[in-house]
Design a protein around this ligand. Structure first.
Ligand code: ZN
Ligand code: ZN
Length: 63
């Protein structure tokens, strides 16, 4: 098994990214370390969903 990011051979059980489902070495297992576009998209969606909820709550208080 090789790291999908750096190609390093992984001797132990590789780490799987919870976002893109690919396998990475110790150094690249975190989504920010392999610049995971899936994670970025997901986090971006979550962030905008939170902002939407906040805006809706804000307007509900006004009217
Ligand atoms: Zn790696
Ligand atoms: Zn990933």
């Amino acid at each position: 098994m090789k790291c999908e990011y750096c190609g390093k051979q992984i001797d132990h059980i590789p780490f799987q990214c919870e976002y893109c489902g690919r396998y990475y070495c110790d150094d690249h297992r975190l989504h920010e370390n392999h610049y995971c576009s899936y994670a970025l998209k997901k986090l971006e969606e979550e962030r905008s969903a939170t902002v939407c909820r906040k805006i809706k709550a804000f307007f509900r208080r006004l009217f």
